[in-house]
Design a protein around this ligand. Structure first.
Ligand code: CP
Length: 308
């Protein structure tokens, strides 16, 4: 297929063919990472701005490394060091970046829709690095890449996503991507955070993790987002662990080849027992490694369109 998007704002608007194309392109870039010289000239002469208005470790460093592996120049901007603190609008800040000939803007923002807003107004390529509770498309792509790498394909697998679905951009992007590629998805968590209305998306909703765990090929544990929670939605931490935490006792319910995933950052001992996070079924660090190849693929594909 021929890639035609200058921006990656969400998974919702991608076709199954486009998702598969990104994953296949990422596989080629992963191979580059095994060479002595881990750099290719694909984006030489291009400038990428990593514009993070919310904190990040994994996504920001992964995009920076991906851009450098593609030979792009990289500038990092955070909310606290930008003129956003002086009242400059997001649009004006982005226009300043474009006036400095930025070719690609990677944006993380607390407001859902911020990347779409910029994508519609800039010639530069805009990549969503997580916007509010809306989408985190490259996280879902790296999650699917990791599943496909371990299990051969996505179609026909049963995936449980556990936890704070209501406020989770990771969950939303994963749901769209997994369904498009033919997986069966069950959402698990307290009824306040996993309302039945999600079933309209084509998933199953369960409030009993012990019934679901023996049936799944992948269990994806979401971070408890203390910063986005309101008390009325969330049981206490102790109750959450008792009802939904992946404890050692509960992990005995899993099939022996079930993959354990987590987007990070992990609250060890809350979403998952610390030993399980580092155990043989965990692919949490593989997710991070694959994120680099997936982000190289996204920057290469979208950046190539923006520069035409
Ligand atoms: N998974 C993820 O987005 O992690 P960061 O917040 O560290 O980027």
């Amino acid at each position: 297929m021929r890639w035609s998007r200058k921006d990656l704002v969400g998974i919702r608007e991608l076709s199954a063919e486009e998702i598969t194309f990104v994953l296949d392109t990422a596989a080629a870039f992963k191979q580059v990472g095994t060479r002595d010289v881990k750099k290719v000239p694909a984006l030489r002469g291009k400038t990428l701005v990593n514009f993070f208005v919310e904190p990040s470790t994994r996504t920001r460093t992964s995009f920076e490394l991906a851009a450098k592996r593609l030979s792009a120049d990289v500038i990092n901007i955070s909310a606290t060091t930008s003129s956003l603190t002086k009242g400059e609008t997001l649009k004006d800040t982005a226009k300043i970046l474009e006036a400095n000939h930025a070719d690609i803007i990677v944006l993380r923002h607390s407001s859902a829709g911020a990347p779409q807003f910029l994508a519609e107004r800039l010639r530069a390529s805009v990549i969503n690095a997580g916007d509010g509770a809306h989408e985190h498309p490259t996280q879902a792509l790296l999650d699917l890449y990791t599943i496909r790498e371990r299990r051969g394909s996505i179609a026909g697998l049963h995936v449980a996503i556990v936890g704070d679905i209501l406020f989770s951009r990771v969950a939303r992007s994963n749901i769209f991507a997994l369904l498009k590629l033919g997986a069966r998805v069950t959402l698990v968590g307290p009824s306040t955070l996993v309302p039945r209305v999600f079933e309209r998306l084509g998933v199953t909703v369960s409030h009993c993790i012990d019934e679901v765990l023996p049936t799944v090929d992948v269990v994806h544990l979401l971070r408890v987002q203390h910063e986005r929670q309101r008390k009325e939605y969330f049981p206490g931490i102790g109750e959450y662990i008792r009802l939904f935490g992946l404890t050692k006792a509960r992990a005995k319910l899993l099939k022996a080849d079930c993959l354990i995933m987590h987007p990070g950052p992990i609250n060890r001992g809350v979403e998952i027992d610390s030993d399980l996070a580092d155990g043989v079924q965990s692919v949490i660090l593989a997710q991070v490694t694959n994120g680099l190849a997936v982000r190289m693929a996204v920057l290469y594909l979208c950046g190539g369109i923006a520069s035409r």
